[in-house]
Design a protein around this ligand. Sequence first.
Ligand code: NAD
Length: 504
Amino acid sequence: MASSSPEGGTVTDRHRSKHQEVRAEFDFGPWIGGEHQPGGTEQAVRDPVIDEAIVEIPHSSTAAVDEAVEGAWDAFENRWEEASARDRSARLFEWADVLSDHVEELTLLECLDCGKPITQARGEVEGAIDTIEFYASVCRAQRGSEVPAGDDLHLYTTQEPYGVVGQIVPWNYPLWAAAWKLGPALAAGNACVLKPASDTPLSTIRAAQLSEGIFPDGVLNIVPGSGSEVGQAIAEHDDVRKVSFTGSTDVGSGVMRAAAERVAPVTLELGGKSPFIVFPDADLEKVVQAVADGIFYSTGEICDAFSRALVHESIAEEFTERFVEAAESYVLGDPLSEETTMGPLTSQSQFETVTEYIETGKSEAELLSGGGTPDDPELSDGWYVEPTVFGGVTNEMTIGSEEIFGPVQTIMTFEDYDEAIELANETQYGLASGIGTERTTLVHQTADDLDAGLVYVNEYGPILPDAPYGGFKQSGFGKDLGLEALEHYQRQKSVYVNLDDPEL
Ligand code: NAD
């Protein structure tokens, strides 16, 4: 199914007019020291719907990263380190309020460079604000502890920020991912240097501009640019005391190696090939939709995608039939339309990767639906692929084992519980997992046996800032979100005070 552009006109006309608005209204580029900095070479940020440049933005250089880190240390040591938790909280709430006044503007930017349907983009911008508010709240409730170690000793613990932390995020949920890192790091009292993905920097740069006058200059810095130059410079920087990275497993392990040179701690949120186990008693009405949303939300460009549907053989036929129906119900169209439920992939290179996997799938397994690009001529310039479903897949196949990061479902079957768990855990990844059943005891047993950092039962999502988010095995370690992320941006200190008997 395809939809045309909202408010009449062709999709191309509508997007070009939005590009003009964006160019007229905003000035994008590195945000360093509380101001827009002229950067180095200009690079186009492209609109994946019509494959045209939205705007050219100056990229940061390695020298700009040095400048951002140095300025961040100055801001930390002279203006931010002494800020009380109450002060940090108030400033984060103020930033969240300003962002709340600009939800539609940030949503538009997210739609344009990411290609994300507007309803999803709006939800993620609101999720970003909620995340910042969560950390604004909890940082005031943090305590140290007293350790009862002896009468002649006062032993207590405190938390301290690292100072300057480096953060690198991917292109699939740009502002939300940035908020997952900036929220806890700023709440913990650090100054930040964050690199957005070069395909999708707009919403994050704009959100930083909207913090002007709220945080001391230099506390929040955004350095757009390429991974190999700017990302690498952050990962290798001697004065970046901690690195938090979200992205692919290959790049993440390189970031870890770079940080290891100076023994800087890292948090890694990496890839996945997440299973959803559909047991024979599952309520297919809700479970089919959960598994479909889990692979087709955000055009499948989701790290926790349920990209392997493991279905009990007794219900495989019915599940598959219903799943194909669900896949074919997604509305491919202009992300700016409220009716669109699937936009394009974010870039040409991602389109090429996904279509290559689909071709591999056609030779490995049975194509049940999709497998091509939509017929709608309005969408022919965009990086659209149809929601695609393969049956008869095994973990040994390329499409059953590698992260595709696109709207491609692989359906496998199992005979009994042990086989389901074995198939589910037979992957180098361990980010998310799902369970479809109405039996409470089966839920708990399966959740216990799944080797993954997240378990969803009969649903896909939500992701709330209240709970830790992160994977096992090669999906990374350390956590985003939850109180855990706040703690990961702090160092613990134990203080031993000798309490010898006073001599009077
Ligand atoms: P990527 O690893 O290519 O890039 C991620 C970020 O790292 C980008 O900002 C990129 O510019 C930067 N980068 C690239 N090379 C670098 C280098 N040598 N040094 C430092 N930084 C470098 O990943 P991607 O293609 O942008 O994102 C997709 C991947 O991210 C998928 O594998 C997905 O599963 C993963 N992801 C994981 C999570 C999670 O929470 N676990 C969330 C979103 C995405």
